[in-house]
Design a protein around this ligand. Structure first.
Ligand code: ADE
Length: 238
């Protein structure tokens, strides 16, 4: 997969793209990420990328020309990318979207600014995406959130493909079960006996129960939906 990112703050992506699992995915070529400074495509000698809004009001708005010029330069050859604009009022990002995006050959993410982007930029955009109901100063963190969720789904990025299956939200939207590691007792807090038993069937049952309980408590709407859709087994309904 190739991901192009259009931003006015390219430096923010440096650590994200060089550390940890994402850093490895980039270094091994499982994903090619190209961070582009919108400023490099500004038309004037002062490299201006934003301007005051028509009609007045606070803040600055990202100008359309540099974004269109960057888009045109990046898409001169190769497959047309699927274009995402980060937007506080966009569709809320979730695991299904991450899965959908991870199947695209090419993504292009335009990082909005909180005051806004000239509406005409949306002529380039396939999807306006928010990462939640709060307002950030810009779309760079949302772009990293989206990329992180997408890149970890690419083949070979996570060493253990099983951990993908165990993800919260991957099994019908049920939340994940609690995890423990050594020591078996820490400051008086004990690891549940069943996990020490070595009895795989019992462990599996315990985890399923924990997962259902947690979902019922924190996201009862998910259980309701699964019930309606007949997506819970008889055993799970008990
Ligand atoms: N830009 C500012 N806030 C945002 C949010 N919550 N999601 C996506 N883009 C944003």
């Amino acid at each position: 997969m190739r991901i192009d990112v259009l931003t006015v703050l390219p430096g923010l992506f440096d650590c994200f793209l060089s550390e940890g699992i994402i850093g490895k995915a980039v270094q091994s070529g499982k994903v090619e990420v190209n961070v582009v400074n919108i400023r490099d495509f500004a038309l004037d000698k002062h490299k201006v990328v934003d301007d005051v809004p028509y009609g007045g009001g606070p803040g600055m708005v990202l100008k359309p020309e540099p974004i269109f010029r960057a888009y045109e330069e990046l898409t001169k050859e190769g497959e047309k990318p699927y274009v995402i604009l980060t937007e506080p009022w966009g569709e809320t990002f979730n695991q299904d979207m991450a899965l959908e995006f991870s199947k695209k050959e090419r993504l292009l993410i335009i990082c909005g600014r909180y005051e806004g982007v000239d509406e005409r930029v949306k002529a380039l955009v396939d999807r306006e995406v928010s990462i939640g109901d709060y307002v950030l100063t810009g779309g760079e963190l949302p772009a990293m959130v989206i990329m992180d969720a997408v890149i970890r789904l690419l083949p070979g990025v996570l060493g253990n493909e099983e951990s993908l299956k165990a993800d919260s939200f991957m099994d019908r939207g049920l939340l994940g079960y609690p995890n423990y590691t050594r020591p078996a007792e820490f400051r008086g807090m004990k690891v549940p006996e069943v996990l020490l038993s070595g009895h795989h069937k019992k462990i599996e049952l315990w985890r399923k129960e924990q997962s259902l309980r947690k979902t019922l408590k924190r996201k009862p709407e998910v259980i309701e939906r699964l019930k309606k859709e007949g997506m819970l087994t008889k055993e799970e309904l008990r």
